[in-house]
Design a protein around this ligand. Structure first.
Ligand SMILES: [Zn+2]
Length: 109
């Protein structure tokens, strides 16, 4: 009666990008959170309190946020200024190079 799922498959939490509406692994998304003290900020830890929205790593989604904050404003129930949006979009994640899964070498100079 009970549905059993194969246990070898790890459960990866999925979130939906507010711009393209695609579901992706949480790790591939960047959380943007509306905080009570700092306004809307990018939350790399994903642990800050507040209403959150997720953006995927696709740079076009971030460009879309910079161009129009409608979707992000909707998701966060706020009204971001163009300057706010630009500040958020500026923190667009760097594309992950999947060939480099090792620890990043520290930049020493
Ligand atoms: Zn997206």
């Amino acid at each position: 009666m009970s549905k059993e799922r194969p246990s070898r498959q790890k459960h990866v939490p999925q979130r939906t990008c507010v711009v393209c509406r695609q579901k992706k692994d949480k790790r591939e998304l960047t959380r943007v959170v509306r905080t009570s003290d700092e306004g809307v900020v990018v939350d790399p830890t994903g642990k800050r309190n507040g209403r959150g929205a997720y953006l995927c790593s696709d740079s076009t989604c971030w460009d879309q946020v910079a161009a129009s904050g409608r979707l992000l404003n909707q998701a966060l129930k706020t009204n971001l200024s163009r300057a706010d949006l630009a500040a958020i979009a500026a923190q667009k994640p760097v594309p992950i190079n999947h060939l480099r899964n090792q620890d990043r070498e520290p930049l020493t100079e």
